[in-house]
Ligand binder design. Structure first.
Ligand SMILES: [Mg+2]
Length: 326
């Protein structure tokens, strides 16, 4: 059809490339999720299975776009995906990148729904919108993720207190809003503790800190509870650092799922990044979407019976962020 008299309409399709050599962040957001969560009886203030389903869909995006998506952060009904500076996906065309991520995330969410809600039929098609923002420096990226995690904290503290008032305190939603109007964090913490015996700091880390997904690199002989995504050769310098002392080691990329602080330096700077001593005793994750991220061919089957968000491996992320900005 290239030579037809209609072909001129192609000229209306304008290119929309992202700037070269800048970080790209695609943030997707659930549309009408208040209604969606009510229709499916999501637990208040947090439904762990629903959050874990979001994490599962995001891991699918990270796995599918490995090499381009280096990190992601999710809370509530939103997820942000960080693409590396020299990403060449779709020749950096913004609409193509955004729509592909939104579509893949949404289809993965629907595809994996029965694994996370085996007793609940999906009653409505969930949908997400998306936007792509360009950030020039690593500082912008750190501040971006700090902004999203601070938002997680503010929202979750409010929601935890609000629903404690309603579900345990027996007040109406309107009265709960009134009570919380103008209160600061310390007052909500105090209200939770003195009236409902809730120590906010002991609430699930996934609720308080959201979920961070990040590709890390490790020597393949380390023992971990999450399987390696792929294994490749790498050169590692011996302490002396001379050419002869360089040894070839198997390196593996691993998609970590974390519920840790990403506002402070510890996550971003090179540290010991040691796995917790209790890692071996962590709940099995085989068959879960976490394990599914381990291979190209494994698709999500079911959520593990144990709460995967309590896996000690998810609560230790020192130094992991450095791989995203490398
Ligand atoms: Mg939303």
């Amino acid at each position: 059809m290239a030579g037809s008299r209609f072909a001129y309409v192609r000229d209306f399709e304008l290119p929309d490339p992202a700037l070269p050599d800048v970080y790209l962040v695609v943030r997707i957001d659930g549309k009408g999720f208040h209604k969606f969560s009510a229709a499916h009886n999501f637990a208040k203030p947090n439904d762990a299975a629903a959050l874990e389903l979001m994490n599962c869909a995001a891991r699918q995006v990270c796995s599918e776009l490995r090499g381009d998506v280096v990190m992601a952060f999710g809370e509530s009904d939103e997820y942000s995906f960080l693409l590396k500076k020299d990403c060449q996906l779709y020749r950096r065309r913004k609409t193509k990148i955004t729509t592909h991520i939104v579509s893949l995330f949404t289809s993965s969410y629907v595809f994996s729904w029965p694994s996370y809600f085996p007793q609940t039929r999906l009653l409505q098609p969930p949908s997400f919108d998306g936007r792509l923002v360009e950030y020039p420096t690593a500082k912008h990226i750190r501040d971006y993720f700090a902004w999203r995690q601070a938002d997680t904290h503010v929202n979750n503290l409010y929601n935890t207190t609000f629903w404690a008032c309603v579900l345990r305190g027996g007040v109406t939603e309107r009265e709960a809003h009134e009570r919380l109007r103008g209160t600061v964090s310390a007052q909500k913490n105090e209200m939770l503790f003195s009236e409902f015996g809730i120590n906010y700091e002991r609430e699930e880390a996934m609720f308080r800190k959201g979920t961070t997904l990040v590709w890390t690199q490790e020597e393949a002989n380390e023992t971990t509870t999450q399987p390696a995504e792929d294994v490749h050769d790498g050169l590692v310098s011996s302490p002396k650092g001379s050419q002869q002392n360089k040894r070839k080691v198997k390196m593996k990329r691993r998609l970590r799922t974390l519920h840790v602080d990403i506002i402070g330096d510890a996550f971003w700077l090179e540290g010991t990044a040691a796995l917790p001593a209790t890692a071996e005793a962590a709940p099995a994750v085989s068959g879960s979407c976490a394990a599914a991220a381990a291979s190209d061919t494994t698709l999500p089957t079911s959520m593990p019976s144990a709460a995967p968000w309590q896996d000690p491996d998810r609560l230790e992320g020192v130094g992991c962020g450095r791989w995203a900005l490398a």
